[in-house]
Structure formats: C-alpha cells, structure tokens
Design a protein around this ligand. Structure first.
Ligand code: PLP
Length: 386
C-alpha cells in the first residue's frame, strides 16, 4: 500500500460525515442500536463494532487502520500510553512460570516492568547484550515464551539483528516483540523481518507535537484480537477520541517531520564530531557507529535522537553545559517539534556519579524541526561557557 494513500485516504469514509476532509472527533462513550438483535450482535463482537468507546470508536477506527497499514500488519491497537502498549500485551501472552529474554538496556519503565512488576506474577527475565546474537541462543530455556527487543534503544542505540533473532525465535516457537519507537514504521519495518508484535510510543513521532501521550501495538489479527478481548478490555488502557484525532493529524506530516529531523541530525552530529570539547557522538547513521553496517541493512533512515560525551566529563561540566543552552529545552520525551537535551546525570545524584562510566557521561539530544544552524549556534555558545 502506498504511503500517501495510507496517510491521506485509508479508513476515511468522508461521505459518512458531510464530506469533511478532516474526520470528526466522535466524542461519545456509547452507540445506540435499533433492535435487541442488533445490539446482541454488537456485544458479541466488540472488537469490530462501535458499541462502547473503551473498545472501539469511529475516530479511533480510522487511526487503527492507518497504523496497521504503516507497520505492514493485519491489525493495530491504540493505547493511552506507549508503556501501556508494551505492558498490556505482555500480560496477555505471558503466564506464571514463563521466561523472557530481553535486551539489557530497554526503555527505563520496561526494565522496571521486567524487574519488579512481572516477577509478582511468577514471570522472570534474563537480560542480555543483544548486539551479539549468540547471547540469545545461550539465554533461552525451555520456559522462554518471549524475546523482547528494542533496536536501536534511545540512550546508547545498541541494535539487534532483527531478522536473525526473529528467525531463531520462530524456529523455537518463541514469540517476539520489539519497541520500534526510535525508527517509527517509516524507517524500520520489524514485521517484514519476522517480528510478531511491534510496539511504539505514539507520544513521540506519531503525535509529533508534544501534546498527546499514546501507544501503538501491531500484529496478526489473531494476536491483536486475543489481547483486545481480554487484557485490553479488562485493564482499560484505551485512548480518548480526541487523542486519536490528534494522532491522525500527526500522521499527515509524519514523513516530512521525520525527514527533517533525520537530515538536521546528520548535519549536527557531523558538526559536533569536529568540536574540540566533544569526546564522542553516538548515532546509528554516523560512519564510526559500531554497528553502522547493520543499521544501514535494517533501517531505512535514522531518528533524531543521539547521545554524546564531553572530553572532560565531570558531573559539574555536564550540568553547566545543559544549563547553558538557551533554545534546546531540558526535558524528557522526544519526537516533537522542539529540540531537547537530557543528560544521563538527571537520573542519578552527584554521589552516585562514576566519571569513568560511559553510560553516566552520556548526554542525549533530540533534534526537532528548528533550523539546524540555529541549534548549532545554541550548542556552540553553551560549549563556550564551560
Ligand atoms: C517514551 C518511550 C516509551 C514509553 O512511551 P509513553 O508514551 O511515554 O508511555 C517506550 N519506549 C521508548 C523507546 C520511549 O521512548
């Protein structure tokens, strides 16, 4: 299916709403039926019927069709957060006694989910360095039900060989799930590489304007329906029709925004690499990136998130640099119009800081839609101040 068709037409039945170009926000919790027979049929198939907006809703339905098509998947579910699009399906596919093999540096709340939440239900996780395929083979046990990937991750950008891991998992009847937030469906298509479930935080690129929190999960219709019929409807993580509409609006400009962020990030990382005060820049499409070849094999483009370290990485210098930026904002999240900075030191105290620990030294930057020269000037003046 062509990208332009997906983003501009798919799922939009304009004759049903006054031929409006922009779909309406159907801000209704419930839907009415003429006969008991009709409502009985609807109640028997909430997955595909507008009955009650905890499940299905017409505005949401347009979004689901587009998101499934973007991922090359049969169906999609939309959640009230990205972490919901990860935790709810895990509760659906796992049971007590099951084992997960997961990459060692996933998104922070996913790590917490594996370390603290899932053990309450008798589900255990082995974390591995996913850059080496052998580690997957060595970590799998007869109890392993799921392999969990995030490629690249969003602080240190390690990749996994997605096709190889998916093939291995399939031959052992192990399900695979990936957090594809970094690339979005435009720059990486995990379903085509054999992954079963693809999650992403729609708060980031899909929304794109830092004004909505949401998540997406795509997969086979059978898996998505299983998750919908049970955990999704029981735990209630649905998005509001208004949030669904904001995500639809974000989708219209997704290719333009991603391309801008990608191109500006190339310019800025190349500039940073030449600065005296910079030790290293980590971005999957940099020539000196450790897994550059794999990145170019399985990614069609690169996100606007990267990390770098200062030559003199004292706690105070890192903080002075971040505090000196005047236009690049100090904030969590990413994927919006605005450029952001977040040092690793934001999650630790000075006493816990280990100057030789590269992960502690990392400063993460997200490049938004501003003119790259405007951002370079800001970084330059901040480097000048330290
Ligand atoms: C933000 C983020 C999440 C969580 O998404 P929320 O929408 O904040 O719940 C998951 N994975 C990655 C890589 C993220 O950046």
């Amino acid at each position: 299916m062509e990208l332009s068709f997906i983003l501009n037409e798919l799922g939009e039945e304009r004759e049903n709403y006054f031929n409006a170009v922009s779909p309406p926000i159907i801000q209704s919790s419930n839907f009415t039926f003429k006969t008991v027979t009709a409502i009985r049929q609807a109640m028997a198939n909430e997955f595909e019927t507008n009955l009650y907006s905890r499940g299905q809703n017409p505005t949401l339905n347009i979004l689901r069709k587009k998101l499934a098509a973007l991922d090359g998947a049969e169906d999609a579910l939309v959640f009230s957060s990205g972490i919901g699009a990860i935790s709810v399906p895990l509760l659906s596919i796992l049971k007590s006694g099951d084992h997960i093999v997961a990459v060692e540096n996933p998104y922070s709340w996913v790590r917490k989910l594996f370390n603290e939440f899932l053990p309450k239900f008798g589900i255990t996780t082995t974390f591995i360095d996913g850059t080496d395929f052998n580690n997957f083979e060595n970590a799998v046990t007869p109890q392993t039900r799921l392999i969990y990937l995030e490629s690249p991750n969003t602080f240190s950008y390690e990749l996994q060989d997605i096709k190889k891991v998916a093939g291995f998992a399939r031959s052992h009847s192990i399900l695979t799930m990936i957090d594809n937030s970094y690339c979005s469906p435009l720059y990486q298509q995990p379903h085509l590489m054999g992954i079963d479930l693809v999650a992403q935080s729609a708060t980031k690129y899909i929304g794109g304007h830092s004004d909505v929190v949401a998540g997406v999960l795509t997969g086979s219709k059978a898996l998505i329906k299983q998750i919908f019929d049970h955990e999704f409807m029981n735990l209630g993580p649905s998005v509001s029709p208004h949030s669904a509409w904001l995500l639809l609006r974000g989708l219209r400009t997704l290719p333009l925004r991603l391309q801008r962020s990608f191109e500006s990030t190339r310019v800025i990382t190349q500039w940073l690499n030449k600065q005296d005060g910079i030790q290293q820049v980590i971005w999957p499409f940099s020539d000196d990136f450790k897994q550059a070849q794999l990145a170019h094999e399985q990614m069609q483009g690169c996100g606007g998130l990267f990390s770098f370290t200062l030559k003199d990485s004292s706690f105070n210098r890192i903080e002075a640099f971040c505090n000196s930026l005047q236009h690049i904002l100090l904030a969590v999240s990413w994927g919006g119009h605005e450029s952001l900075i977040l040092p690793s030191t934001a999650s630790i105290t000075e006493n816990d800081y280990v100057v030789t620990d590269e992960r502690h030294q990392l400063i993460r930057m997200y490049i938004g839609l501003e003119d790259p020269q405007y951002l370079i000037s800001d970084i330059e003046q901040a480097l000048g101040k330290i």
